[in-house]
Design a binder for this molecule. Structure first.
Ligand code: P1T
Length: 406
């Protein structure tokens, strides 16, 4: 690692071996300690207890110890929300029963007649919520390439209320300049920029520090990291936004279970360690694939061949385990390749300890319309790879043997 001085914002501009900015110190400590103080429990429990109670005894009517009903608040959930907020340098954290639950809550903050700008390459489920649900509620939605700020500026209207982006995007790994986008969008008073930070996690990217209003997560992925919980989160600094979303968390009932909160809180304790391993393994795999004669192109922001490699290095502290690649051939080749895998699992989802691959054009079927997919480059030979925590040589060995069978 080499160091190259400090930025004006005080964030260290040290550079890691792969060229990304080096983490400011303290992330792993926060993940382990914030919100976990043993002194908050009479029994001084080091591991926060799982409080399964749906209701809490009151001293007198509406006079209670901080919790009244499990949907409105829960001690195990409160521990997790505090910890998650701190990891994004945010003041407030809220959790929901899934990542899409967060999207639903944010949409219900708006009203009929409002205009939404959404990135055109988003997770299919998010696209579907904006396209099929928000539009039904008489909101208008423009899907634009948010890597091109002129396109964003061109669709801004006086009734625009929300911009929703992913960076890097799922599954094309396009990187959006978050700071520049926020500067453009915030020219319209009251505009809320939400960054879905599911891929990089708060370990590798802090959108609030770059000017975003809300950072959201499918905690189902890396933040939990063990493929055994569905959950979402939103983190923000603005108190008014927090109050609105906290009201909606309770009013819509999109809340996670205390047991799941306990599991995600446990997953966070190893987030920094896991992400570093995902980072080195995914780059090694990307470099292997890039040289392979049966591979057309590899999409990984850590590769110098990635169109936004410089931007990624500037705004993030590293890259996660996600990459996509185009295989030479057609659907027959990609299907045969995926069926030949022995270590890597053909499955939905990402960000777990285990390596999984999927064919975004067909999985799940029909989620994103075919014309939309084709126009973006989500073809039948685009394969998405969530590089897990296995020995990287075993992963490369599996890729080799499956490619040889083609
Ligand atoms: O599944 P859920 O927790 O509701 O999260 C939805 C979601 C939101 N944002 C991003 C970037 C996502 O990747 C997802 C879920 N993604 C998958 C299931 C997938 O295979 O890509």
């Amino acid at each position: 690692m080499s160091t190259a001085g400090k930025s004006t914002s005080g964030i260290e501009k040290a550079v890691a071996e792969d060229g990304f900015r080096v983490q400011p110190k303290g992330f792993a400590t926060k993940a382990i300690h914030v919100g976990q103080e043993p002194e908050q429990w009479k029994c001084m429990s080091v591991v926060p207890p799982i409080s399964m109670s749906t209701t809490f005894k009151q001293f007198g009517p509406s006079h209670h110890a901080g919790f009244d009903y499990g949907r409105s608040g829960n001690p195990t959930r409160a521990v997790l929300e505090k910890c998650i907020a701190s990891l994004d340098n945010g003041k407030y954290g809220l959790t929901f029963s899934s990542g899409l639950g967060v999207v639903t809550a944010v949409i219900t903050m708006l009203k009929a007649g409002d205009h939404i700008i959404a990135g055109n390459t988003l997770y299919g489920g998010t696209l579907c919520l904006f396209k099929d649900v928000a539009k039904k509620m008489n909101m208008s939605v423009d899907f634009v390439d948010t890597t091109d700020l002129a396109k964003v500026e061109a669709v801004l209207k006086p009734n625009s209320k929300l911009v929703w982006i992913e960076s890097p995007t799922n599954p094309l790994l396009k990187v959006v300049d978050i700071e520049a986008l926020c500067a453009v969008v915030h020219k319209v008073p009251g505009m809320v920029v939400v960054v879905d930070n599911t891929f990089l996690t708060s370990f590798f990217q802090r959108p609030l520090d770059l000017g975003a209003d809300i950072v959201m997560y499918s905690l189902t992925k890396y933040m939990n990291g063990h493929s055994d919980v569905l959950m979402g989160a939103a983190v923000m600094n603005d108190e008014a936004l927090y109050e609105k979303l906290k009201f909606l968390q309770n009013a819509t009932g999109i809340v996670p279970s205390p047991f799941d909160c306990y599991l995600v809180n446990r997953g966070l304790k190893t987030l920094a360690l896991r992400m570093e391993r995902h980072r080195t393994s995914s780059l090694a795999v990307a470099k292997f694939l890039e040289k392979h004669p049966k591979i057309e192109r590899v999409l990984h922001p850590g590769l110098t061949s990635h169109p936004q490699h410089e931007l990624a290095k500037r705004q993030s502290f590293g890259h996660c385990g996600m990459l996509s690649f185009y295989l030479k051939g057609g659907l027959e080749e990609s299907s045969q390749f995926l069926k030949s895998l022995e270590v890597i699992t053909l499955a939905e989802s990402l960000g777990g300890f285990e390596s999984v691959m999927k064919l975004p054009s067909r999985m799940p079927p029909g989620l994103v319309p075919a014309e939309h997919r084709e126009a973006l480059g989500i073809t039948d030979t685009l394969i998405r790879f969530s590089v897990g925590l296995e020995d990287v040589d075993d992963l490369i060995g599996d890729l080799k043997q499956a490619l040889e069978k083609l």
